[in-house]
Design a protein around this ligand. Structure first.
Ligand code: 13P
Length: 336
């Protein structure tokens, strides 16, 4: 029965035109985003900002799930209603980021490893006890001179697979996120080559660790040139390369793929998602699980001001709605 529950949860997260919102930034990451717009990096501002997100009217219209950080799981609205309760009442399934960030990988300069596996079983039991039904873990792969190494890819993909197995043991759907970063001046072809190596090793390890592919979701990067690359690519080039890479390496038994945005502008991430839906009969459902590409306009407009909350919520709602249209191939840049 456990696997049937996992399959049902995964299907719920991928349902209809919906997608996910990643609001699981570590305290350091969200503080950095606050500092960039001149906001104090305090727990009160973090709570107020997350209250703005979770109380957005109609949040569940186009959102199936929201990925939270540990801090957010225990936070409440000003009136004292827990965010978990607010999200659930809005029809948005709350989930939890369970990795503990990255550290340098010993012996591999400029490469990293994700922390948190040792304590994961206990933490998953605690979160499952709070009613959370899915989790996320991010492995980071950087492209540069002579990197990524095979040692880095293998170690990170093994840990992703161990994480996924532990989630399924705890009756939680693992969102498996192997992020090949956009940082750097590499070409789109190089991103393709690295992403395919990563996905190949990931699925080898997932199967070796006996993860049920029906009861997991994949959260990959799109295939893009590095941010510092001079290469010019079109929307269709990105959509085609991304689909080609995923079709080659992601088994059709995986029920869904939900992209990260990786530093693309909100409009570009949406446009790329839309272009991928020009293709019919994909083996998996394909949606969004963006953080920056959904939150950024709302965060910047809000800027800590109570009187800006309503419009910021509208910006958030609109951004999610545009991605829901993209998921059906019905988005037009003119809708921005
Ligand atoms: P971005 O959409 O900002 O890349 O974030 C997605 C995410 O969940 C990173 O772990």
């Amino acid at each position: 029965m456990k696997n049937l529950d996992l399959i049902a949860t995964a299907a719920e997260l991928m349902a209809g035109d919906k997608g996910l919102l990643a609001m699981d930034e570590s305290t350091t990451s969200i503080n950095n985003r606050f500092k960039k717009i001149g906001l104090p990096p305090t727990v009160d501002y973090r709570r107020a900002y997350r209250e703005l997100i979770v109380t957005t009217p109609g949040l569940g219209h186009h959102l199936s799930g929201a990925i939270l950080s540990d801090e957010t799981v225990y936070q409440s609205t000003r009136e004292g209603i827990s965010f978990l309760e607010v999200l659930t009442a809005a029809g948005v399934m709350p989930g939890i980021k369970v990795d503990e960030g990255t550290v340098n990988l010993a012996g591999f300069p400029n490469e990293s490893m994700t922390r948190g596996l040792d304590t994961l079983r206990g933490r998953l039991a605690k979160y499952r006890g709070l009613g959370l039904r899915f989790a996320k873990w991010r492995a980071v792969i950087r492209i540069g001179t002579d990197i990524p190494s095979k040692g880095c890819i293998d170690a990170n993909m093994l840990d992703l697979a161990r994480y996924a197995a532990l989630c399924q043991e705890a009756a939680m759907v693992p969102i498996v996120e192997p992020e090949v970063l956009m940082d750097g001046n590499h070409s789109m072809e190089r991103c393709f080559e690295v992403t395919e190596k990563v996905l190949q090793e990931l699925f080898r390890q997932l199967m070796e660790q006996r993860v049920d592919l029906h009861g997991m979701l994949l959260k990959p990067n799109m295939i893009l040139p590095g941010v510092a690359s001079a290469q010019k690519v079109g929307i269709a080039d990105v959509a085609d390369a991304t689909l080609e890479c995923l079709l080659k390496h992601v088994p059709g038994t995986v029920p869904g793929i939900a992209f990260l945005s990786g530093g693309q502008s909100p409009a570009l991430a949406t446009t790329h998602l839309d272009a991928m839906h020009a293709v019919d009969n994909l083996p998996w459902a394909l949606t969004f699980s963006f953080s920056r590409a959904i939150q950024q306009p709302a965060l910047e407009y809000w800027n800590g001001k109570e009187e800006h909350v309503e419009v910021a919520q509208q910006l958030l709602y609109d951004r999610i709605g545009l991605n829901a249209l993209a998921r059906q191939g019905k988005y037009e840049p003119g809708m921005e």
